[in-house]
Design a protein around this ligand. Sequence first.
Ligand code: 3PG
Length: 389
Amino acid sequence: IVRMTDLDLAGKRVLIREDLNVPIDDGRITSEQRILAALPTLKLALEKGAAVMVTSHLGRPQEGQWSEADSLAPVAKRLSELLGIEVPLVKDWVGGVEVQPGQLVLLENCRMNVGEGKDDEALSKQYAALCDVFVMDAFGTAHRAQASTHGAIRHAKVAAGGPLLMAELDALAKALDNPARPLLAIVAGSKVSTKLELLSSLVSKVDQLIVGGGIANTFIAAMGHGVGKSLVETDLIDTAKQIMADAKARGADIPVPTDVVVAPAFAADAPATVKAVDAVAADDMILDIGPDTAARYAELIQNAGTVVWNGPVGVFEFDAFGKGTETLARAIAASKAFSIAGGGDTLAAVDKYDIAGDVSYISTGGGAFLEFLEGKELPAVAALKQRAG
Ligand code: 3PG
């Protein structure tokens, strides 16, 4: 992949695709992680003397329609503050953009453009015609084959990978291609079904696979234990058994909880009780891993060479059911392992336990992070490789 850092951008018109798809509540940005992650790329392009146009999507608006709720206006304002320069938001931009070297403009939500979602050829060419160099820096959207990702790369005079995208790819390669071992992955979340491909892919790579949340319940059931009223996917119990058998066949370990935290209901104020995993009653809901299990997992993390973390192991939004996730988060922060964390809920946990500074790499990707871990080639990355020859 041609890297933006290697290019001379002085006096060039540079269109940078970022993923500035940040949560906005009532006009207020509630997490600016993605803006902060993009900032070094934008500063570098300005330092290199480029005329900078930045494009991003926000949410999933209807194409062909402008609406205030889907506008990048709050992001333009925040970028102005962070960069210390005026960042105008350009509303109609597909036909041409006025920008001078040393200036940076933000282009309105690219998903408002007709044809963006279906990677329309004509629209991709229009994007490409806006610039001398197209920089793909939106790792979080690299799994989408759309006009502003895959399409513009194919048609731009010069297409390059931006520093953020390259850092993400480098970190993921370090974790998965030739990892310091043991390689431990934590895959948690409510459903096996949404992470089935991830589990199946990781089980062939890792030394230890910690499962948590609703996913763990299905594995607990596969071990023959009762899970009471817990979230469980009974139709996937056989799949969980197969994943455990696959792990065993290659000498990998899927440790299953020996104790759990249960409650009679899914609520912040529900009374929390620690029980042995074989003592879960018919009206119990498993909402976290127990302290013995958490300590055992923390020790595995302590001894790991590489840790990949996706998903909280309990209902950490409720403090009474957050101790398992907190223990693992602190173990990751304390471990010397190369650690990488990604996914929306995971980043919320990283924030809540304030360990961002102690994780080796925090991915800006949600779906893109998962697809990469699943071993899939991301379309935008494939297009960049193809352009590089
Ligand atoms: C994300 O938030 O995961 C990315 O910005 C991609 O958004 P999308 O799922 O709407 O394509």
